[in-house]
Write a protein that binds this ligand. Structure first.
Ligand SMILES: [Zn+2]
Length: 482
């Protein structure tokens, strides 16, 4: 035990030294970077070309992390070799095993101490996600009953998306559970997605063109009594049949987000009393023009839910959705979203990782660490997704905890230094096969999420100075006695 304790101390000392060294390095680098900013401004015309050259920046960086990790793996391999040699010698076999176990124990102890020192949010996201999934499944059943035979969009099973369903949360309270409800056209209608060419990935918007289909032949074959919207007299249609989707939720030939939202609120309000959850929970609808937001509360708990609508791009995991990141989007504009592809990636990692994997804790840690700074939660999520996709999923356990946190911080440092963080989905050739992308997204050039740092010197200096703040916060937590 004394032996372990000494090793632990040595290790911590060592890490502190490393940390100091890294800080120094960042300072040096940043000094260089700042010196270079002027030069880059001169080459501003080349900004795009320069970006192209840097396309592989992230891959290299992830590669660096891989190398660091291979280093660790090699060390372990070496220990393994030693074990083998000593086993051949026979006598010291037990000692060698003890060394290896002691190494793991030391790392695990450090990980456990750190886990205990960090204040984690108290919400139970798993329970919340399951409860919301049940509620949404009940809604889906009733949507089916109510809308059968209508000319409103067909509503499919809700897909939980975003941080709460992925298992982490940027906030202590007010967690919003987001779901995306896929829409498909009702009978006699088709949807065609038309891309708005004025905008580039990953912020493209689409328009959902709604067209009528001739139903004369199918109605004849199946003995149905639906009138064909294309070939029946308007007067007969008006008297005998509900209006088509074009006359209810569209503006011109396009599906209107706001009309769809209003219709959906009415539907939720009408269906709620029929759901089993309505016996014990109170529904409060919240205002929104591009999604359906509500809160359900009982005497002890409450959940906040946002239902977005989406149209799938082909059979891929990319959708166009009602969610808007900007306030002035056209009523008929449906921004492209990668939220489903991202949650699918997290599910894929969950399925591969050991049950005690701490990858979500790592993400949780950093989203909390960057609060109030210019790095968004999406930046931290993107870095963690790149690392999860590069490092073996088995190496995110408690004994790897400190190393992974250092990796994430190092990745952020490199991204700031190189002014480059590649979008995780767009143009990433290394995604797991399980994630299906439309060809234009898969083949697209990588997109630099730190592009503004290339073009905006004030954003650049803010990123550098706030990285230092983050670095200091990080060191304080890892080495509280420092
Ligand atoms: Zn017809």
């Amino acid at each position: 035990m004394v032996y372990l304790e000494k090793r632990r101390l040595r290790r911590e000392e060592h890490e502190e030294q490393n940390d100091g060294a890294n800080e120094e390095e960042v300072r040096n680098r940043d000094a260089n970077e700042e010196g270079e900013v002027g030069n880059e401004e001169e080459q501003d015309n080349n900004a795009n070309g320069e970006e192209d050259q840097n396309h592989d920046g992230n891959v290299q960086e992830a590669g660096n992390v891989q190398e660091v990790d291979n280093g660790a793996a090699n060390e372990e391999d070496n220990v393994g070799n030693e074990v083998a040699n000593e086993a051949a010698n026979g006598e010291n076999n037990n000692n060698a095993n003890e060394v290896e176990l002691a190494n793991h124990d030391v790392d695990d102890n450090i990980g456990r101490n750190l886990m205990e020192r960090i204040e984690w949010p108290v919400q139970d996201l798993q329970r919340g996600s399951e409860w919301i999934t049940d509620l949404m499944d009940n809604f889906t059943i009733f949507f089916g009953h109510v809308l059968t035979g209508s000319f409103y969009p067909v509503l499919h099973r809700a897909i939980g998306v975003g941080s709460a369903f992925e298992g982490w949360s940027p906030r202590e309270e007010d967690v919003v559970y987001r779901v995306l409800i896929p829409l498909t056209p009702p009978r006699a209608h088709t949807f065609t997605l038309e891309v708005d060419t004025a905008r580039q990935m990953p912020n493209r918007t689409f328009h959902v063109r709604v067209e009528l289909q001739c139903t004369c032949l199918t109605e004849l074959q199946q003995g149905g009594n639906m009138l064909c919207f294309l070939h029946q007299h308007a007067e007969a249609l008006r008297r005998n049949q509900d209006p088509s989707l074009l006359h209810t939720l569209c503006t011109g030939s396009y599906l209107d987000v706001q009309k769809t939202t209003r219709w959906f609120y009415q539907l939720v309000r009408a269906i709620w009393p029929a759901l089993p959850q309505s016996h014990n929970w109170h529904l409060l609808l919240l205002p929104s023009t591009r999604s359906c937001k509500f809160k359900v509360t009982n005497s002890t708990e409450s959940f906040q839910i946002e239902m977005l609508f989406g149209v799938q791009r082909g059979d891929s995991d990319v959708f166009v959705s009602s969610e808007s990141r900007e306030p002035l989007t056209l009523r008929t504009a449906w921004p492209e979203t990668f939220a489903v592809a991202e949650i699918k990636f997290f599910r894929y990692i969950d399925s591969q990782a050991p049950p005690d994997s701490l990858h979500l804790k790592c993400l949780q840690f950093f989203t909390h660490l960057q609060l109030g700074l210019c790095f968004s939660t999406y930046t931290m999520k993107t870095i963690v997704m790149h690392l999860l996709n590069t490092l073996p999923v088995s190496q995110w356990r408690r004994r790897d905890f400190v190393r992974r946190l250092l990796d994430i911080r190092e990745c952020l440092r490199l991204c700031v230094a190189h002014k480059r963080l590649n979008h995780f989905i767009v143009g990433n050739p290394r995604l797991p096969e399980e994630i299906r992308l439309p060809p234009d997204v898969r083949m697209a050039a990588t997109h630099n999420l730190f592009h503004h740092q290339v073009t905006d010197p004030s954003a650049r200096s803010q990123a550098i100075s706030e990285y230092h703040v983050l670095q200091q916060r990080f060191t304080r937590i890892l080495n509280p006695d420092h």
